[in-house]
Ligand binder design. Structure first.
Ligand SMILES: O=C1O[C@H](COP(=O)(O)O)[C@@H](O)[C@H](O)[C@H]1O
Length: 324
């Protein structure tokens, strides 16, 4: 269980490179992508006219000419955007993230970004292309993981490796602002170490704090969802979904391999200023329908417990929204 103490571990001493144990492992190096403007970018950025469609998601109607529709949900479950293709979704997700980066870099001088693993990382691909690659204030970014598998950072199952290969290696975020878990520790140790790291960053005002809950308040969380409705490493029916004291918890019996992971708890997730739930593919349509439409589930799914202090925005492609 993660400690609630503010004491620093030896690996967390303050310096210009504050968390040696949390920094990328060799052989990783930072590269800047020279990739060119994607075909869909100019078109999809013009979609601010998005149609608002009724209060009943069942009445969602597709307009042949549109690449995106916006649904207002019955139960105030956030803003729901449905894109014709996953490519359109990725373009809009890049703009959403860039707008928040501008806002928080101006307001706070730092932008704290939490990512999940899984398919989300692929959907961030437009951020590493023009115009964002050149215009974003990458030096203000501070990157965190909502969950991580307890494996070495160069292991195929590592969420850090996934993000590094698909995103981090292509943008100039200072390595000292990338807070990977300490992969030399046990699951318990890694959760404790990560929570201590977050506490230090709250104390030094890099991470904001929720006045309402006292939990860390990240500027944005970019999250995926599993086909069973799990978010982070919070799985349906697992007692960890009820954890309400720790910031970072460990799990050793994850129903999805690998079994050992660490994860932010719901109080931390729900203290966020912004959450994007990014879901693509027809394989997740049933769960999307439970969360946003008329689908039923015997238990409340973790994704249904996502309810941030700030704004929740769903990014769905047509497949994921196909049962609404
Ligand atoms: O195991 C995990 O799965 C979820 C969902 O992944 P996806 O590939 O179905 O999008 C992911 O959000 C989480 O970070 C990861 O550890």
């Amino acid at each position: 269980m993660a400690s609630s103490s503010y004491a620093f571990t030896p690996t967390l001493r303050t310096s210009l490179t504050p968390y040696p144990s949390l920094r990328p492992s060799p052989p990783y190096t930072t590269l800047i992508s020279q990739s060119s403007l994607s075909k869909g970018l100019a078109c999809s950025l013009k979609l601010s006219w998005a149609s608002r469609i009724g209060v009943n998601p069942k009445k969602l109607e597709w307009k042949a000419s549109s690449s995106m529709a916006e649904i207002t949900t019955e139960r105030g479950k956030g803003k729901v955007q449905v894109f014709d293709t996953e490519d359109d979704l990725a373009v809009s997700l890049a703009k959403y993230t860039a707008d928040l980066s501008d806002k928080f870099a101006k307001e706070r001088g730092a932008f704290t970004v939490v990512v999940s693993g899984g398919s989300l990382i692929k959907s961030l691909r437009k951020l590493v292309e023009p115009p964002y690659i050149d215009s974003m204030e990458w030096s203000k970014w501070h990157m965190f993981w909502v969950d991580e598998r307890v494996v070495p950072k160069d292991h195929e199952d590592s969420n850090y490796k996934l993000a590094f290969d698909g995103f981090l290696s292509k943008v100039p975020i200072p390595p000292g602002n990338v807070y990977a878990i300490n992969d030399a520790l046990s699951a318990e140790g890694a959760a404790d170490d990560y929570e201590t790291c977050l506490k230090h960053l709250v104390k030094t005002n890099i991470i904001d704090v929720s006045q309402a809950t006292g939990f860390p308040k990240f500027d944005v969380m970019l999250l995926g969802m599993g086909p069973d409705g799990h978010v982070a490493s919070l799985f349906p029916g697992h007692p960890l979904v009820q954890a309400n004291e720790q910031w970072v918890a460990f799990i050793k019996d994850s129903p999805k391999p690998p079994p050992e992971r660490i994860t932010f708890t719901f109080p931390v997730i729900n203290s966020s200023a912004n959450i994007a739930l990014v879901v693509a593919g027809a394989g997740k349509a049933d769960v999307v329908n439970v969360a946003l439409g008329n689908g039923q589930s015997s238990n409340l799914l973790p994704v249904q417990m996502v309810s941030p202090e700030g704004e929740l925005t769903w990014f769905l492609d047509k497949g994921a929204a196909s049962k609404l």
